[in-house]
Design a protein around this ligand. Structure first.
Ligand code: ME8
Length: 659
């Protein structure tokens, strides 16, 4: 009999910037789901990838001075790029699609043509705004203060030929899908879609562009490229081999069991995507799940807001599994969550170091201490069980069902909550039995102690199985420590008490989740974030040149002269000011104050030939008079202000006019 299949996807990410922990959130959730289904024996197809076309990428590549393909290659396959990040996060995707892959490009052209041939795509006129100098079309909403968002100049009304998709034709069917099935989850997102987008009337969608070239060409109409969302959404079927020969998995895996997507792109997945599939005559995905955002400081984490958290820093510091676990344990998947380093460390310390880590280390240590290599045969049985023996055992064998119910509803947080209730119960069971007291008389209490420890090992094993989708590497270590081989790491064994042989050889090993010193770690993270912020700043930043013009006569009124420094001292009580005594060629010393103490030691300036503007009105600073201003060059390096006094050749005599 063929295996049951499960097809799950993440959105395909824009490789416009480095990905952050917010992107990792969805991918880690998808990974946990995929691993859970594999554990249950499903044949899983887990797809992720990158969405590489569109104007934004074209613009960024131009700014970076490379071709769009070079630009996306660097972010996808380069060091610490998308592929590296998924490797780091231990993501077990079965396939990775790039929308620049040849097979996808060809499939999109076929899909576009099919929709054109069946009359759902037609040529019309796109009415919008046009910026002549930039040769760009804009929609009303893209304008900034009614002007071109690129150059700020006025725009004119314009029309452009474009292809449209008859989205309006599918409005009723899509509404029915949303309102009368559980296609879209969480349910709360349905009203949002219907009220905000469907009720006001679905308009046909413009699905081609002629204003830029970085996209998939419409093969029957040169100059048009396919709208990036038509290109992107189709990835879910092209990656299976729809309309191409690269793969042959469409019949096996389509329709998808679930698309996991962030809440802001639910609109595309629950309205446009089903309508496209209806037009193509294909089955619809079974579910779209719109998850919440990971916020930082109360706002969506995103590069443009400058509040991104770097997964590399956190993974290096706390381990990948702790990070994966934290994201799914702490925030309900359907709602937004506020990421803080404190919360991350607190979760690691409480759940992983204290509760789980202690259970494992105490149990294995006690087996080794009181019994050596292994527990005696027969320890799984106890003739007169205590009430807490039964309680622990019942809770443990019933856990798999409770966990499954939550996982099937994508409620990772609740599934983990169930697991941790058992872990806490097991720790309480240690205290209830006080093994250290039993160990005082091994002759009398040895068999009971062995039974208690077996119950703890068995509970730990069940916990280990169910935590594997979340923390695969650490659970491998956990199994090795309690001596569980492959046969008792399975889904089937997770509701079977006694699957662990009585005489396995547990070995207390390294601490699975070391406790973290909150204060020290926060300090280090803050410093790392500061350094990363600095590193991301441009190497050199220059002030934009003034656009306002000065007429020549006004400019000529400024009198610039070469001056020689006779003396230079710090101004008392001022951290910024230096006081210069200058020879300006008039025979009378000139005093100028300048706020450059941060950059120069006074003694280094004596004897230098500088440039000053000498016909400014006198100004008082810190009780001293300044007559003019020294000219310097300013710029920023990695966000830090730099200043260089303009120094000219000493061959120039004091007082020489600069013109
Ligand atoms: O939207 N918290 O790509 P994208 C949670 N290419 N999720 C976040 C997040 C955060 N702080 N920041 C981003 C696109 N995401 C399209 C998708 S699919 C056919 C095309 C999530 O790179 C975001 O919600 O901008 C989205 O689901 C995913 O990352 C990709 O975002």
């Amino acid at each position: 009999m063929s295996k049951k299949t499960f097809y799950i996807t993440t959105p395909i990410y824009y490789p416009s910037d480095k990905l952050h922990i917010g992107h990792a959130y969805c991918t880690v959730a998808t990974d946990a789901m995929a691993r859970y289904k594999r554990l249950r024996g499903y044949e899983v197809m887990f797809l992720t990838g990158t969405d590489e076309h569109g104007q934004k990428i074209e613009d960024k590549a131009r700014d970076a001075g490379v071709t769009p393909q070079q630009f996306v290659d660097r972010i996808v396959t380069g060091e610490r790029g998308v592929l590296d990040l998924w490797k780091l996060m231990n993501i077990s995707n079965d396939r990775f699609i790039r929308t620049t892959d040849g097979y996808h490009v060809q499939a999109i052209q076929r899909i576009f043509r099919k929709m054109y041939d069946n009359g759902d795509i037609y040529k019309g006129k796109y009415v919008g705004k046009y910026c002549k100098p930039c040769e760009s079309f804009w929609t009303e909403s893209q304008l900034v203060d009614g002007k071109c968002p690129d150059c700020g100049r006025p725009v004119v009304d314009a029309e452009e030929e474009a292809y449209f998709f008859r989205l309006s034709k599918y409005a009723d069917r899509v509404r029915d899908l949303l309102e009368n099935t559980d296609f879209l989850q969480p349910r709360s997102r349905v009203n949002e879609m219907v009220n905000n987008f469907i009720k006001p009337g679905l308009e046909d969608l413009c699905v081609s562009r002629t204003s830029f070239t970085w996209g998939i060409p419409v093969d029957f109409d040169p100059g048009h490229v396919v709208y990036v969302w038509i290109d992107a959404l189709s990835n879910y079927i092209t990656a299976l081999g729809y309309a191409n020969d690269a793969y042959n998995d469409y019949d096996k895996f389509w329709p998808a069991d679930v698309h996991f997507v962030g809440k802001e792109i639910v609109r595309f997945h629950s309205i446009i995507w089903p309508a496209m599939l209806m037009s193509l005559g294909l089955p619809l995905p079974k579910k779209v799940y719109g998850h919440g955002w990971l916020n930082f400081g109360g706002e969506k984490m995103s590069k443009s807001r400058g509040n991104v958290v770097d997964p590399y820093i956190l993974a290096e510091k706390f381990g990948v599994d702790a990070l994966r676990f934290f994201m799914l344990r702490t925030f309900p998947f359907g709602s937004d969550g506020n990421f803080t380093n404190e919360l991350l460390i607190q979760t690691i310390n409480t759940d992983l170091a204290n509760d789980l880590g202690n259970l494992v280390s105490r149990t294995t240590a006690m087996v080794n201490k009181y019994f050596g290599e292994s527990l005696p045969a027969g320890c799984g049985q106890w003739a007169a069980p205590e009430s807490f023996d039964a309680e622990l055992r019942e809770m443990a064998v019933g856990l798999r069902d409770r966990y499954e119910e939550q996982m099937e509803a994508f409620q990772f947080q609740n599934a983990l909550e169930e697991v941790f209730k058992l872990i806490q119960r097991a720790n309480k069971y240690i205290d209830e039995n006080a093994p250290w007291a039993l160990a005082k008389d091994m002759q009398a209490n040895g068999p009971r102690l062995a039974h208690v420890l077996y119950n703890l090992l068995e509970t730990t094993r069940i916990v280990g199985v169910l935590l594997t989708p979340f923390m695969p590497e650490s659970m491998d270590k956990l199994f090795a420590q309690i001596g569980a081989d492959e046969t008792c790491r399975t889904w089937d064994s997770a509701d079977r008490w006694g699957a662990l042989p009585e005489t396995v050889s547990p070995k207390k090993g390294e601490n699975l989740f070391p406790r973290i010193d909150m204060e020290a770690a926060i300090k280090e993270l803050d410093a790392a974030a500061e350094a990363a912020k600095k590193a991301a700043l441009p190497a050199i930043e220059l002030e934009p040149q003034a656009t306002e013009q000065v007429d020549f006569d006004t400019f000529c009124k400024s009198d610039f002269r070469a001056v020689k420094v006779k003396a230079c001292t710090h101004v008392k009580k001022s951290e910024k000011l230096l006081c210069f005594t200058l020879d300006d060629g008039t025979g009378t010393d000139r005093q100028i104050l300048s706020g450059i103490a941060k950059w120069y030691a006074p003694e280094d300036l004596v004897g230098k030939t500088l440039v000053a503007i000498v016909n400014l009105p006198p100004r008082k600073m810190m009780g001293l008079e300044s007559n003019g201003m020294l000219i310097s060059a300013v710029h920023k390096e990695k966000g830090e202000e730099k200043l260089n006094l303009l120094m000219v050749s000493d061959a120039i005599p004091a007082g020489a006019k600069l013109c």
